[in-house]
Design a protein around this ligand. Structure first.
Ligand code: SF4
Ligand code: SF4
Length: 370
């Protein structure tokens, strides 16, 4: 596992503290979306299709700090939109570091090299660079040629300056597992701390609705990708969540584990669905009908979801919440998952090879380039 010991200790003691107090539902990571605007318009994105007046809005630093303090999480992910387009992002990041929160700032890195000098390396700050695979696959996924090379330049510059850097990838139907494995080799050779990955969620708003996978396809893909691992590969996420993706364990969703806060308020029930908003974290926890979500609920919107924001908290709580879970996590950290059947999957032709690159235009892109 690539996560530093100090961060693991912070999360482990937080989970144990909640268990000792008998808390049944508690958050681990705040998904803080300070804006929805982006300088890309990826086909699988469910965020940048808002109308221009929404895309212009941002959360203030004070709103961000109040949300973090109210929910009390040890970790904050800053997705978006593209956080580097927020005019006060440096102030937000510095304020969160001062509060000793572990921050994962998700960025497509188009602006990263140019903006790096404004940030200070810290164990609390990680740039989590959106990279969906090798050059051709990434440029296809984000619907613009040339983005891979710019992101790589940003990653190298950030690593050279001493920042913590991870990559985060979302995979859809038609992904070639061999290409993903080659991608792991490439990014690890750049000195990144680890890779973060997740299957995509079938957002209603996403322009391309044909690339989402059902659960069986997700398991098959991740079994092919993650079995027979190389020692050099590092993953900046729970090894038990990776086992879940590979079909080696079943978990239920913990939607309150990664609550989402954005310009509309606290999103019900999770980062992916929008079944209303609460004005406070307390209201979110008390008024959301949690039993209506997750695969076991029968909710069709959750039926195919295996996304990290819902299922990684379950894996983290499992790993740090009991001795047996901790032992499973240690074993999973060091396992290479030798699997002959998975090797055969790598020889199969890719079912849904992607079409030539389509460059999508959107209000968001036009606006951020204005
Ligand atoms: S980089 Fe792509 S997925 Fe991320 S917010 Fe921008 S458009 Fe959406
Ligand atoms: S299963 Fe997925 S979509 Fe449903 S509540 Fe959990 S994270 Fe959200």
């Amino acid at each position: 596992m690539a996560v530093p010991i100090s961060q693991m200790w912070t999360v482990a003691s937080y989970v144990l503290g909640k268990r000792i107090k008998g808390n049944k539902r508690y958050p681990l990571v705040l998904m803080l979306e300070p804006l929805f605007r982006c300088n890309l318009a990826c086909a699988g994105c469910g965020k940048v299709q808002y109308p221009p007046h929404v895309l212009k809005k941002v959360l203030s630093p004070e709103e961000c700090f109040a949300a973090v303090e109210e929910c009390g999480v040890p970790m904050v992910a800053i997705p978006g939109g593209e956080p580097l387009l927020h005019p006060q992002i440096v102030e937000i990041v510095n304020g969160l570091i001062a509060r000793k929160k572990y921050i994962y700032m998700c960025t497509n890195a188009l602006e990263l090299s140019r903006r790096l000098h404004e940030f200070t390396p810290s164990k609390y700050l990680t740039f989590s660079v959106h990279l969906d695979g090798l050059r051709e696959h990434h440029d296809f996924a984000v619907c613009r040629e040339g983005t891979y090379d710019i992101a790589i330049e940003g990653i190298k510059a950030a690593v050279a300056r001493g920042f913590r850097v991870t990559t985060n990838a979302t995979f859809f139907d038609g992904t070639d597992p061999n290409s993903v494995r080659a991608f792991f080799d490439e990014v690890m050779s750049m000195g990144v701390e680890g890779v973060v990955l997740s299957p995509g969620y079938s957002y209603d708003k996403a322009p391309d609705q044909n690339r989402f996978m059902g659960r069986a396809r997700v398991r098959r893909l991740f079994r092919a990708i993650l079995s027979n691992r190389k020692k050099t590969w590092k993953f900046n996420m729970s090894p038990l969540f990776l086992e879940f993706l590979m079909g080696k364990r079943s978990y239920e969703c913990t939607p309150w584990g990664s609550p989402a806060y954005n310009i509309f308020g606290w999103q019900k029930p999770c980062y992916l669905l929008q079944d209303g908003y609460a004005e406070s974290f307390k209201e979110l926890m008390e008024t959301t009908e949690w039993e209506s979500y997750g695969a076991a609920s029968g909710n069709p919107k959750c039926a195919n979801c295996m996304v990290s924001c819902g299922y990684e908290p379950t894996a983290v709580i499992d790993g740090f919440g009991s001795l047996s879970g901790f032992w499973a996590m240690v074993r999973a950290t060091f396992s290479m998952y030798k699997d002959q059947g998975a090797l055969k999957l790598l020889d199969e032709p890719v079912a849904n090879g992607h079409a030539p690159l389509v460059q999508l235009e959107s209000n968001a892109r036009e606006e951020t380039h204005a």
